[in-house]
Design a protein around this ligand. Structure first.
Ligand code: SAM
Length: 229
């Protein structure tokens, strides 16, 4: 079910952020990558420009650039104010402020908005949502997903996490999820241990890997999952 427009809180990161969150290498980028829950990130736009092959999926791609832009304008000041209030939960670069970070996010989201219409026509942006994806088994060499699973553990159940991760591992040879800590608390997701044990028991290969992206305190690890061999 697609979210109502007024429920959407668009916030998207850049390709540089994605490289740091997922330790992306040239070998990774040589394959076909699924960015699941890509939202208004500019990863797809920037990587396509460089000749790479990315498909992004998210329920918000149902909406037009104008509708999403209107939501970005509505929520931007609220998010920046929220970061201001929770400043000590984040690692700030020297000289960086919630406003300067917000400006970088706006730039990424603007790049996304400009790419949305041509990208939808090329089927690079597809309306789809976990836990059921409209892709073939092992269609992708890599599936990445940031700031949905584990981040929203309070709102998304354990069963949802398990089904979503199994689905991602169905469509891709490798899955990377970042971060594994919850929003606001910065604590490791309440679902993490159970998900880890359950998927391991089912024959999936899981491991944690440190990454260079470390904005949310405690959030500098990604989970890697490979399907059973
Ligand atoms: C915080 S944004 C992250 C965007 C991007 N990955 C990034 O890090 O910049 C979370 C995204 O998850 C999407 N989302 C929410 N529920 C989803 C679901 N069930 N399946 C796929 N995407 C979903 C939202 O629409 C939103 O765009």
């Amino acid at each position: 079910m697609v979210f109502q427009l007024e429920e959407i809180v668009p916030w998207g990161r850049s390709s540089a952020d994605y490289h740091a969150m997922f330790n992306l290498t040239d070998a990774d980028l040589a394959g076909v990558i699924l960015d699941c829950a890509g939202g208004p990130a500019s990863f797809n736009a920037e990587m396509t420009e460089q000749g790479h092959h990315i498909i992004s999926c998210d329920p918000i791609y149902y909406y037009s650039p104008a509708q999403l832009e209107q939501r970005i304008e509505a929520v931007y000041p609220i998010i920046v104010q929220g970061m201001e209030q929770a400043r000590d939960q984040f690692n700030w670069q020297p000289g960086e402020t919630p406003t300067s970070l917000g400006d970088r996010r706006l730039l990424a989201m603007q790049t996304f908005l400009e790419d949305l219409i041509p990208g939808k026509a090329a089927r690079r942006y597809q309306v789809a949502e976990l836990p059921t994806l409209p892709f073939a088994d092992q269609q992708f060499s890599l599936a990445i997903s940031s700031h949905l699973l584990f981040t929203y553990s309070e709102q998304l159940s354990l069963a949802f996490h398990q089904a979503a991760l199994v689905e991602l591992a169905r469509v891709a040879a490798e899955v990377r999820i970042f971060p594994i800590v919850e929003n606001f608390t910065g604590e490791r997701s309440r679902h993490f241990d159970t998900v880890y044990d359950s998927l391991t028991t089912q024959g999936y290969h899981l491991h944690l890997c440190p990454v260079s992206y470390h904005f949310q305190k405690g959030g500098n690890e990604m989970l890697i999952i490979q399907p059973p061999t």
